[in-house]
Every structure is written in structure tokens, then in C-alpha cells.
Ligand binder design. Structure first.
Ligand code: ZN
Length: 65
């Protein structure tokens, strides 16, 4: 998708806050069940993750790998 560029990994605090590869960060995602409404979860290909509390919710299809 993205062009192949050599670049060093950025230091990311708290694990992966926003690692968006396939799709852009969607604003109208789902809310984090822990943080409550107002905190969106980042949508990944196979999971949703909250950047605030690091809560990760795997999508139903398949199993986590
Ligand atoms: Zn959260």
C-alpha cells in the first residue's frame, strides 16, 4: 500500500498507540468499553485497540495470532 521507504521505527510509547497500516484511523469507530464514550478505539485489520488504556478487542473472525 504505502511506498516502501526505509525508515527507522519511531519510538512509540505505551505499546502501539496508533499503528495504522491498512486503513486510516477511523474517527467514527467504536468507543472503548473501559474508558467509556468519548474515547474512540483505533481500528486495525483484526482488532480494535484503545490508545488510552491499551485495551484491545479482537475482531470475531478468526483467532488472534
Ligand atoms: Zn480505553
Amino acid at each position: 500500500m504505502a511506498k516502501k521507504t526505509k525508515k527507522k521505527h519511531k519510538k512509540i510509547k505505551k505499546g502501539e498507540k496508533y499503528t495504522v497500516k491498512d486503513s486510516e484511523l477511523k474517527r467514527k469507530g467504536k468507543f472503548c468499553p473501559k474508558c467509556g464514550s468519548g474515547v474512540f478505539m483505533a481500528e486495525h485489520k483484526d482488532r480494535h485497540s484503545c490508545g488510552t488504556c491499551s485495551y484491545t478487542e479482537w475482531k470475531q473472525k478468526g483467532e488472534q495470532k
